[in-house]
Design a protein around this ligand. Structure first.
Ligand code: HEM
Length: 128
């Protein structure tokens, strides 16, 4: 019988899952914070729940704490899933097989950069 390997190793699965969970909660509560305290680009009628800022801070902090583990994993065992020397040249051949894998590597790398900026600028936020 053929043994089917899981697509992601256990460590990646756990770290990736926790980062995603905390980040999604941070993003939802971030929007709610924006809606309660700012709303300059429009808002939806969410309840005026002022404690949401502190709750966002908590999920943001949890994301910040787990994220370095994912980065460490990504730069070691997972480095093949990040941008490679030939990524850009391969991306210009849209019709070639495997094109989407090169795009996926670019997106993975871009997300790691974006989240790094999000958590560090979040840490610089003044709750007032
Ligand atoms: C991907 C999106 C975001 C992430 C990952 C993120 C992450 C963080 C982190 C790590 C903190 C620091 C928490 C602490 O030091 O205890 C924080 C605080 C904060 N963030 Fe965000 N943030 C995001 C989006 C936003 C947005 C869109 C807003 C705009 C309303 C916002 C408003 C704040 C505020 C006001 C604080 C200070 C909260 C406090 O200290 O009680 N964040 N965020």
């Amino acid at each position: 019988m053929k043994i089917i390997q899981p697509y992601q190793p256990l460590l990646l699965r756990v770290v990736h899952g926790l980062t995603a969970l905390f980040l999604i909660l941070a993003m939802i509560t971030a929007y709610w914070t924006y809606d309660v305290y700012d709303g300059r680009w429009g808002h939806i009628p969410l309840p005026k729940f002022e404690e949401i800022e502190g709750i966002h801070g908590t999920f943001g902090l949890w994301t910040l704490l787990i994220f370095p583990t994912l980065v460490f994993y990504a730069f070691h065992q997972g480095r093949k899933r990040l941008i490679q020397k030939n990524t850009f040249s391969n991306l210009s051949h849209v019709s070639k097989q495997g094109w989407s894998y090169h795009l996926h590597r670019l997106i993975n790398t871009f997300i790691l950069f974006s989240l790094t900026f999000a958590v560090f600028t979040g840490k610089m936020m003044d709750e007032k």
